[in-house]
Each structure stands twice: as structure tokens, then as C-alpha cells.
Design a protein around this ligand. Structure first.
Ligand code: TRP
Length: 329
């Protein structure tokens, strides 16, 4: 059994891209592995330190996680700030992390460019905090997207450096999660390659039927093809990509044929697509409403998660303190 750790920054509701890209995999892997899924609320402070948003954003992610099928009994689902041990490990690791390597991290350079008025030390040491999240449970694997590969590489380097410095083999070097098969990427409805919060083109898991219909009907299209079997432009291909995920193969084939014969009616296609997205996400949305009506569900999940996460974390901290030479008086 492998230990798997995954964090998500708490910046609000989850969308179809989150669900089909990662969440559905998590739901599968939680039964076969020792999984830690946490909400990285400390990390979100590096860019969004807004006290009014913090709680509702964490709550949205947590609700969506549970509604989608993450099981607090099977996996350890927790909030990063519920586990103070992570900040201790972060501090300790930072003593062996160099300014130079942090300053040249891609994500740091990008964020420093985006928020020049707030290039804070938390932003700089973001990779150390992420390494602490991962090493706290001595993860074997971490499911990461392309944008997080450099951070994972740094985690491995920090683990190796710690081990070398203290003459131990304590930390494992975590690998990228390998068992997921091909990663599904949900494109945007606006012709862009990716559905994403900052792109503002998302269908959220909590969107109701009307909202989904409206968003899908507004998707970018054109006059339709004028030549038989012509290649599809990206924004049309995007609609087919989403359809392949939520609709039956027959449906996809039907509209594909219509396209090839220049008979496609985008209105019909969008109506079908909206209906199939609604059907695919309806059980999740129902669960979201149920959780919203019963705060106890979150309560119980989160206190169970906190206990399990802290048990694992405390063991690590105790051992790390030992290795580093801390002794009780
Ligand atoms: N940096 C990750 C992201 O933005 C979130 C994250 C924080 C994370 N700690 C982690 C992911 C530990 C995996 C493991 O997506």
C-alpha cells in the first residue's frame, strides 16, 4: 500500500475540470492506498490573505470533495491549518533551503510578476511548505499536474538534503503519482484549452440546471462548416471533448456525423451537452445541498480527518526532532 498526499489550494468551488481531472481519480485511489487529501489554506494566504474569504473557500472545497465521493473513513481528509505540525516541519526544512533556489522557482517568479506589491516570504517559501505537507506523511507518491512538477522535484531535493545532512534515510523521495492512467483535461467553453477558475470559464459542481444551460448555450461557436469532413476548429473540438466525457458514444457519433455532413445545429448540440452535463453532475449537486443542510456532515468529516492527520504528523515531528538533536530537559 502506498502513501499518497494531495493538496488543493482553497480558492473556492470546484469545477468540471477539477472533477474529471483529479477528483475522480482520488475517489478510486482512496480505497487502495493510504491517502491524505488536504485543503491548503496556508498556501492560499500567499496570494489571497482575505479573512472574509478564507472560511467560505475552505468550506466550498470540503463540501465539493465530500459530495463528489471522497470518503473521510477511507481517506484522511483534512484542513492544512488544523495540523500545526506542518508549520513546525516547514520551519525545520527552511533551515536547509536556500534563498537562491527559492528565488528561481518558476511559480515564485510568475507570482512576483503578478503581484509586485506583495512579494512576501510566504510566496518565496511556498515550495518548502509544500514539501512539509508531503514529507509530514512520508508520501510515496503525489498526484501533480505539470505546473507542480518543479515543486515536487524540490521536495525530493529537500528530502535528500535532509537525509544527507543528518546522515539518515528518514525521508522518502516522493514520486509523481503514476496510477492514474491518462489525465483528462477539460477544455473551456470559451475556446480556451483549459477550464480554470482564473480563466472565468468554469461550470461548477454546485451550478444548478439553469446556470449550466446558460453557460453551455453561450459556448463559442461559428456559422458551421461549409465543406464536408473539414477539421474542427479548437472551440468546436472543445465541445466534442466535453461531450466525449459526459455523453454516450452514440450521442458523440451522431453530432460528429452531423458535423461531417455540414448539417450540424449547434443549438441542438449544446442542448444535448447541457442535459448530459446536468445528468452527470446531478448526484454531486444533490449531495452538496444535503451537506449544506446538515453541517454535522462536515463537522464529523473534518474532526475525523484532523485526528488521523495529526496522528501521522506527530509521529513524524517526534522522529524529526530526534534526528535533528532536540532533546527533552
Ligand atoms: N501547490 C499545489 C497547487 O497549487 C497545492 C499543494 C500544496 C499541494 N501542498 C501540496 C499538492 C502537497 C500536492 C501535495 O496545486
Amino acid at each position: 500500500m502506498k502513501t499518497i498526499v494531495s493538496g488543493i489550494r482553497s480558492t473556492g468551488n470546484l469545477h468540471l475540470g477539477n472533477y474529471y481531472g483529479a477528483l475522480r481519480n482520488f475517489i478510486k485511489m482512496q480505497h487502495e492506498n493510504r491517502c491524505f487529501f488536504f485543503i491548503a489554506d496556508y498556501h492560499s494566504l500567499t496570494t489571497h490573505p482575505n479573512p472574509n474569504d478564507l472560511y467560505p473557500n475552505v468550506k466550498s472545497v470540503l463540501t465539493d470533495y465530500l459530495a463528489a465521493g471522497l470518503d473521510p473513513e477511507a481517506a484522511t481528509i483534512y484542513i492544512q491549518s488544523d495540523v500545526p505540525e506542518v508549520t513546525e516541519l516547514y520551519l525545520m526544512l527552511n533551515m536547509h533551503v536556500y534563498l537562491g533556489e527559492l528565488a528561481k522557482t518558476s511559480s515564485f517568479k510568475e507570482k512576483a510578476r503578478k503581484q509586485p506589491e506583495n512579494v512576501n516570504a510566504g510566496l518565496l517559501t511556498y515550495p518548502t511548505l509544500m514539501a512539509a505537507d508531503i514529507l509530514l506523511h512520508n508520501a510515496d507518491e503525489v498526484p501533480v499536474g505539470k505546473d507542480q512538477e518543479q515543486h515536487l522535484e524540490m521536495t525530493r531535493r529537500f528530502a535528500r538534503r535532509f537525509n544527507n545532512f543528518y546522515g539518515t534515510e528518514y525521508f522518502k523521495e516522493p514520486a509523481a503519482y503514476s496510477g492514474g492512467g491518462e489525465l483528462v483535461k477539460i477544455p473551456g467553453l470559451d475556446g480556451s484549452g483549459k477550464m480554470g477558475k482564473s480563466e472565468g470559464n468554469c461550470i461548477y459542481l454546485c451550478d444548478d440546471e439553469k446556470t449550466i444551460q446558460k453557460k453551455v448555450m453561450k459556448a463559442l461557436t461559428d456559422q458551421g462548416p461549409t465543406e464536408m469532413n473539414s477539421p474542427k476548429p479548437d472551440y468546436i473540438e472543445n465541445l466534442f471533448t466535453i461531450m466525449k466525457i459526459v455523453s454516450s458514444p452514440d450521442t458523440v457519433e451522431y453530432f460528429d456525423e452531423k458535423w461531417n455532413k455540414c448539417e450540424i445545429r449547434y443549438g441542438d448540440m449544446k442542448k444535448q451537452l447541457a442535459a448530459d452535463i446536468i445528468a452527470a453532475t446531478a448526484p454531486i449537486r444533490e449531495r452538496i445541498l444535503e451537506i449544506n443542510a446538515n453541517p454535522d456532515i462536515l463537522h464529523r468529516a473534518i474532526s475525523l480527518g484532523r485526528d488521523k492527520a495529526r496522528e501521522s504528523a506527530q509521529k513524524t515531528i517526534k522522529e524529526v526532532r530526534e534526528i535533528m538533536g532536540f532533546r527533552r530537559f
